[in-house]
Unconditional design. Structure first.
Length: 117
């Protein structure tokens, strides 16, 4: 599924567009624990979190994630958006709870693909 399709299907707000809305993603990872994401998320994954601080952009860049969805209406710091733009990271936002976002992505065919599973 393309990131642009995710935006349309889940009514996500684009906070930063790394020019990757045509990028294909085929798996998803959900966690708020950054060290867990670094050890388990797959490159190219969509990461769902409630974290909005600048380390989110750093982890997403380090892992070459496809996009980050910040759910639950959580605030996203301006410094996070700046770092995301600098590192070509797509950050999306939703007021929906992360559980609902994950369930909707699962229903759309995205599955988890942990690196160390």
């Amino acid at each position: 599924m393309k990131i642009g399709e995710l935006i349309d299907k889940l009514d996500l707000e684009v906070k930063t567009d790394a020019g990757g809305l045509e990028r294909e993603v085929d798996n998803c990872y959900v966690s708020d624990l950054l060290s867990n994401v670094m050890g388990q998320a797959s490159p190219g994954a969509v990461w769902i979190t409630m974290q909005g601080h600048q380390n989110v952009a750093a982890v997403a860049s380090l892992l070459s994630l496809g996009a980050v969805i910040v759910g639950g209406g959580a605030a996203i710091e301006e410094e996070t958006l700046k770092k995301a733009r600098e590192n070509d990271i797509t950050i999306l936002a939703s007021a929906a709870p992360v559980f609902e976002i994950a369930g909707r992505l699962y229903a759309e065919g995205l599955r988890g693909a942990a690196r160390n599973a």
